[in-house]
Design a protein around this ligand. Sequence first.
Ligand SMILES: [Ca+2]
Ligand SMILES: [Ca+2]
Ligand SMILES: [Ca+2]
Ligand SMILES: [Ca+2]
Length: 500
Amino acid sequence: MSTAAMKATRLMVAMFLVAVLLVTSPPAFAADPNDYPGSIDNLDGTYTLVYQPSGGANDGTDQGGIAGGKDAFVLANESPVTANTNYGQASYTHHFNSTCNPWQGWSYHQWDVSALPPVEDIVSVTLVLYQKIGRGYGWGYQNPTTTMLVQAPAAPWNEMTLSWNNKPALQPEILSQVDLPTPNLGVYDSSGSNIVYDGYVQIDITELYKDWKTGARPNHGIVYRRSNAWCENANFNYVYTSDNPDSGLRPQVKIVYLGGPAEDTTPPVITPVVEGVLGNDGWYTSDVTVSWTVTDDESDEISITGGETVVVTGDTPGVTFTCEAVSAGGSATASVTVKRDATAPMITIAAPQDGSEYIIGEAVEADWEAADGMSGLADAYAGAIDTATPGAKTFTVTAVDTAGNQATLTHDYSVLSAADAIDRLIARVRSLNLHKGAETSLIAKLNAAKSSLIRKNATAAVNQLGAFINEAEAQSGKKVPASDSDDLISQAARIIEAIR
Ligand SMILES: [Ca+2]
Ligand SMILES: [Ca+2]
Ligand SMILES: [Ca+2]
Ligand SMILES: [Ca+2]
């Protein structure tokens, strides 16, 4: 094969593939067969739906729905009663068009098509009636060829009140007609009647169905009647109705329509699912599980990239997860960012130290700090150090971070009366194991100051503590080690300051 010929062959193969694609691509309109239960796949892009209502309530409410068939016949004969009689519950309709007596009979049928496939998908609609035609044995009349007509009633009618005398007028237009063959001449049934036709009659009502669906023609159903007049003496011509006990032979509307899965023109829908305890300002305060839901109502196949389920177990200022999904309708991407702070703020308290002692009235400033390393501090507060009254006290700092995590830290402290503070100082002096003379002299001054306090003579007490300081200074580095002396002086000075 020459190069040119090979190229030509390849071109033809390519064109063939394009043609195949065009043939197998979905039709412009395609009803979803799932919307029409009972549809049969014809495997050529079309489906067949057989709509075959049952008798229904027969109380005048039946409108031709699947569980409420609507059909009746009207009859005129020699009896004036007949023309006023309703035959809405009959198992058969009867058709006559007689030239030798008053026998006339038409049948009425209606179907609710509102839930049936839409006009744009319709290939064909066929009315299927089970019909019997024959003549009484021995009467000798020729059976005519039979032409049946479909016309439209001009007004609504009621299955339970319709009669020959109150039937609605007919629209003159012949919508469809069918010539029935006479295949069974010479066949007799058990009553001896000669059956000349016994079987299904198929009538094309495609355009009528479309008119009903679009509203171009109001759906009052059809009138089915015999067109050609004949002497009907003892002839019969009937159709099984929706009320017939033989459910398989009730009237059918057979609809062939374009069907198939809808063409997908939209990408998948991706939704992140974030589970955890959500604090303030978008911060999670617990472990966070990130998963995804991906749906596409029009496509069965979705390919997903990312989208794994993950658990965030550590604090983070923000970690982003992404999911991408592709269907026949296109691709979509979604992402979600998770911030986690499950750690309460850090608090430190320099003053008051836990277990510290203050003297009543002593001015002491609190010294504390709070900090948060992740979401940051939102609020921090503490009370003042209270030395107004003696006793055991607590000092508490509370801190809250932006995520809402809260921390508290408490230090205990106690406030001593001035007399108790002097007792502590006496005990301190004794603990130093000083030269006896120096110890006695120092303690005597402290006891004097304490006595003055009890007598509420603060001035004397201050003077006596001043004398204690002077002596401690004088003995510093001599009978009292310098470092101990400095400590005693500072304690005494604190007491002076508190009682001043
Ligand atoms: Ca009915
Ligand atoms: Ca009926
Ligand atoms: Ca889609
Ligand atoms: Ca934090």
